[in-house]
Design a protein around this ligand. Sequence first.
Ligand code: 6J7
Length: 528
Amino acid sequence: MVAAVRTLPHTGHQFYQVSSPGTPTLPIRNIRELPEATAALTDIKLWAIDRQGFQTIMMRTGLIKHSQYTDFLRSVPSFQSLPEDILSKLADVLEETHYSDSDYIIRQGASGDTFFIISEGQVKVSQQNPANDEQLTVKSLSKGDWFGEQALKGEDVRTASVTAVGDVTCLVIDRESFKQLIEGLDGVNNKQYDSNEVNAKLQAETDFFSSVSLSDFNIICTLGMGGFSRVELVQLKNDASRSFALKVLKKRHILDTSQQGHILSERRIMMEAHSPFIIRLYRTFRDSKYLYMLLEACLGGELWTLLRDRGSFDDGITRFYTGCVIEALAFLHSRGIIYRDLKPENIILDHRGYAKLVDFGFAKKVGLGKKTWTFCGTPEYVAPEIILNKGHDSSADCWSLGILVFELLSGSPPFSGSDPMKTYNIILRGIDMIEFPKKITKSAANLIKRLCRDNPSERLGNQKNGVKDIQKHKWFEGFNWDGLRQGTIGSPFTPTVNGPLDNSNFDFFPEDVDDPPPDEESGWDLEF
Ligand code: 6J7
């Protein structure tokens, strides 16, 4: 049954309003525009509104919205001085848009044609650190604040990113209306941002760390112990909210094991490595017995501990942690640095559960396209060309990445013998000799095999598109790389971290009761 058909004069199209028997007229947005020849497919009941009724409803709805918008604009300090007729025109032209949590409203670098006024909710403005890919939050804005004028004033390029924090509603004004109605307004016209806000933040950080000394920290507990180092959780005496990890190395031990070169290289590389997927080194100290590295504290624990407790991870979880590692490797490789010690023990989780690379003792800046020959790494993770002393480059990290994916998915690395020599022999037989456990899916196995090719030049990640090829592999299909980089996607496990001194995600280490090491003042460590 067709109850009402109205033909629109300019299109010839007809409006139907559909309703089931016994229900009142549906709201106006449920009206569907249907082609002229539409016929009922089943018995239906339509409620009709005549032209005048329809227009009255539309007009009233429009008027109500218009007056809501003008009231709101009048309440925004920057627009208060605008005459009524301009406010009214603005209310006519703006469009309401809605965003959900973490949605990008504006992306830095994109071109832009719109100006935004927040009518509900909160947004975060962030800018890219020019030294790396890190996004630094510059400020938060809320109801009544506006943004997006920069791209409309000069070049049409967005100078910052703006993302929604929770649900957000914005009133959006196009370039033409902005020019006619808003641009000249005092406060908008001359709005200036400290163009060096990001650099200023970094400078403030550098200034802060160059002013602190070891005596400014209290030692809280030990987070880890290595061959010739101990990592202590320390807290700033005058700011209890700030904790750090202090890596303490015995100088004499470094000299006795000829590790000076590795330690100096670790310091140089880490001081420059400003990536959200690499633990930060803020500054170093030295005295007659020890070297000290003041590091970012990541209190979520080691990925190794999580793997030990869970046995293995499923595809989704492995994808997330591998994604973090790939971002770290992309950062390093693009700067000619190879990491050379990938394994779950060297991946640490921050309070959000995001993974970061730690321990750069084997990392080396070789330069783009260059090779190095030093034998180093952890037996289960070393690439065949390192064992065969053929010279290696960043593709050795791609091999180790394949081993890591295998270990995270299955709980153990593919090549493992009872001693390092046996392990090396198994590695040299190649990945095709390994039987993959059933829990490793076909597509994951394909990724692992393509990363673990015997010939380094055939490895995924070592071809002209570099690490991008790994990111494009079908095992990563649908993975939100942007969300990972921006830190907006959820991590698989959010660790419980109750404040800056919570070490509960780390194993217990007894206090250091050894005698202090002898002094070592030959001077090789002057740059520390
Ligand atoms: Br709000 C805000 N604060 C800043 C800032 O400190 N620097 C920059 N460059 N932009 C900031 N913004 C707003 C401003 O309205 O973020 C918008 C991004 O798009 C920018 O305008 P846009 O460049 O068009």
